[in-house]
Design a protein around this ligand. Sequence first.
Ligand SMILES: NC(=O)c1ccc[n+]([C@@H]2O[C@H](COP(=O)([O-])OP(=O)(O)OC[C@H]3O[C@@H](n4cnc5c(N)ncnc54)[C@H](OP(=O)(O)O)[C@@H]3O)[C@@H](O)[C@H]2O)c1
Length: 200
Amino acid sequence: MHIGTIGAAAVAQAIATQAIKAGHQVTLSNSRGPDTLADTVAGLGTGARAATRKEAAAADIVLLATPWVAVPKALAGLADWNGRILMDATNHFLSYAPDFRRDDLGDSSSSEIVAGLAPGARVVKVFNTVMAKGLAADPAEHGGKRVLFISGDDANARKTVADLVTSFGFAPIDLGYLAEGGRLQQLGGPLAGPYLTQVN
Ligand SMILES: NC(=O)c1ccc[n+]([C@@H]2O[C@H](COP(=O)([O-])OP(=O)(O)OC[C@H]3O[C@@H](n4cnc5c(N)ncnc54)[C@H](OP(=O)(O)O)[C@@H]3O)[C@@H](O)[C@H]2O)c1
């Protein structure tokens, strides 16, 4: 599979590491251009390349891993999504310091807001509940596999993402639609905090 990333920091690099290990291709992008990612790409090795945000966003499946406040700009002006999958790893922090402040989402879940900014994309919320270190590490732990929650409004897209993270070695748990599952796993939801291992 060819995965594009919008954002190329801790989360994108963790997912790229797992994806490349599993035999996928990854195209990373950030806000400053591909030249600034030369060292990152070299560190990730064969299977990784850097490109513009627009090129990365044209991949079969795209990871959104930017600060929440940058999401509107990160998703602006991209080619038609045409049903391609957008994996949303973001957490809706407005700031981290001096205090953690969350955005007011009104009546929406955070990934429904993302979906509104990426018309035509099949948005799947995933990766947001595990710290980047835990996303990069071997998912085999405590005699089982580290759990990743998945939610999205398209069942086939959820299945594709579940298969992808299974190929990385994680144990996916499907929470259903963004309005319900997305709320459970998003920042402040009951499943945002606990690290779970599936043993069996
Ligand atoms: N860190 C964690 O442990 C963790 C775990 C789970 C989920 N999350 C969530 O995942 C998201 C990513 O977290 P992170 O820690 O990996 O990185 P981050 O510090 O939130 O994001 C930095 C990355 O976003 C890029 N970026 C910013 N604006 C952009 C734009 N307009 N277009 C393209 N790229 C843009 C930056 O590129 P430049 O450097 O060029 O500006 C940089 O590569 C956040 O929403 C975070 O809350 C984080």
